[in-house]
Design a protein around this ligand. Structure first.
Ligand SMILES: Cc1cc2nc3c(=O)[nH]c(=O)nc-3n(C[C@H](O)[C@H](O)[C@H](O)COP(=O)(O)O)c2cc1C
Length: 389
């Protein structure tokens, strides 16, 4: 086993171990992938202030997200099809998150169902909902999350229509997958992955098959997904979901100060500054560059979280120092899962935690909650996307 020292090491192992169609599904953005790339590269424009001769003992990365204790403010983002990256992947990731003391968010489009994840974990997790047209299904989904004792729902608002990822079309990755001869040949070379998948019954969308009207088996899924998403989604609909749920609600996919204000107005407990990891609007600004303007607009009204592009603890530190209360990782934990199952997710969290802790110390801070603008050099115009960096 190679020595794993960073998230990129996990990505390389993941790439070797996982069928190409699932690797490509995660490791791509929409159209030209400009936003996918800039989410990562824009973090590099921010520099850290080194401070010395500060007592660095007794450091803490503990904080809270929506009032819940976290061992570090880094949650696992909702990632669809996680159970195809590694057999029973959602259960493995949820268990790793639980042991580490960070929130796990289960996607609507997961392979393991809400009930299944609840049965195999001991602490409440968060549930991500897409806003779908079918009211009956939506209400039941929310009831199922309640019955499973989820402690928050995360409503994703940036996917009424789907951004195109070229590789998914070429690889036949649809719901259900239409396997191409190339995909089948590639899959047959991934023996450990294949043996694990043969050993589980969980291979279809667990929250949908058998629950949505007319979807009794995977073959009826494509008709359902083509029509399911609510194209007419508006703020009134999001407020209605909040009423139905009645608990903590996080709005995911905010990239504009005005939208952030609307989310705060409907009483969201938190918003996630996110462009879906560059998978939706290609050409959108990176989420880290949008953070300052959104903090200015709503930083005193609602908790602000951020995802998209986080690959190391230094990225987490930068987002926190710019005012975010919490962050999420999508691909970073998926690489770990695909590389080494549950142990790989734990490894990804350990890597990010260590990077965050050591970097914080070298910046002269001992408590993650005290990070702020004093720790950064931010180039002029960084928060103004009309200025070229
Ligand atoms: C493979 C993959 C599947 C995803 N599926 C979902 C999903 O089902 N629901 C959702 O709200 N976001 C989904 N996302 C977006 C993530 O929640 C998150 O916003 C994104 O991964 C953050 O960017 P990062 O991967 O650079 O950390 C997905 C992302 C990836 C990479």
């Amino acid at each position: 086993m190679p020595v794993i020292t960073n998230i990129e090491d996990l990505r390389r192992i993941y790439e070797k171990r996982t069928p190409r169609m699932f690797y490509d599904y995660a490791e791509s953005g929409s159209w030209s992938e400009q936003t996918f790339r800039e989410n990562i590269s824009d973090f590099r424009h921010i520099r850290l202030k080194q401070r010395v001769a500060v007592d660095m003992s007794g450091r803490s990365t503990a904080s809270t997200m929506i009032g819940q204790d976290v061992s570090m403010p880094v949650a696992l983002a909702p990632v669809g099809l996680t159970g195809m990256q590694s057999a029973d992947g959602e259960i493995k990731a949820a268990r790793a998150a639980e042991a580490f003391g960070v929130p796990f968010t289960l996607s609507t489009m997961s392979i393991c169902s809400i009930e299944d994840v609840a049965e195999h974990t001991t602490k409440p997790f968060w549930f991500q909902v897409y806003t779908l047209k079918d009211d009956d299904f939506m209400r039941r989904l929310i009831e199922r999350a309640r019955a499973a004792q989820c402690s928050a729902i995360v409503v994703t608002v940036d996917l009424q229509v789907l951004g195109q990822r070229h590789k998914d079309l070429k690889n036949g990755l649809s719901a259900p997958p239409k396997l191409t001869p190339g995909s089948i040949a590639n899959m047959m070379t991934k023996i450990p992955w294949g043996l694990e998948m043969l050993g589980t019954k969980r291979r279809f969308f667990g929250n949908i098959v058998g629950h949505a009207k007319g979807v009794t088996d995977p073959s009826s899924l494509s008709t359902w997904t083509a029509e399911a998403f609510d194209i007419s989604l508006d703020w009134a609909r999001i407020a209605q979901l909040k009423d139905w749920w009645g608990g903590k609600l996080i709005v995911k996919g905010i990239m504009d100060p005005e939208d952030a204000r609307r989310a705060a107005d409907i009483g969201a407990d938190a918003i996630i500054v996110s462009n879906h990891g560059g998978r939706q609007l290609d050409g959108a600004v990176s989420s880290i560059r949008m953070l300052p303007a959104i903090m200015d607009a709503v930083g005193d009204k609602v908790e602000v979280h951020l995802d998209s592009g986080i690959r190391c603890g230094q990225d987490v530190l930068k987002a926190l120092a710019l005012g975010a209360r919490g962050t999420y990782i999508g691909r970073a934990f998926t690489y770990g899962l695909g590389a080494m199952g549950q142990a790989g997710v734990t490894r990804a969290l350990e890597i990010i935690h260590k990077e965050l802790d050591i970097t914080m110390a070298l910046c002269g801070e001992t408590d993650v909650r005290n990070l702020g603008p004093q720790n950064l050099y931010v180039p002029q115009g960084f928060g103004d996307p009309t200025i070229l960096l």
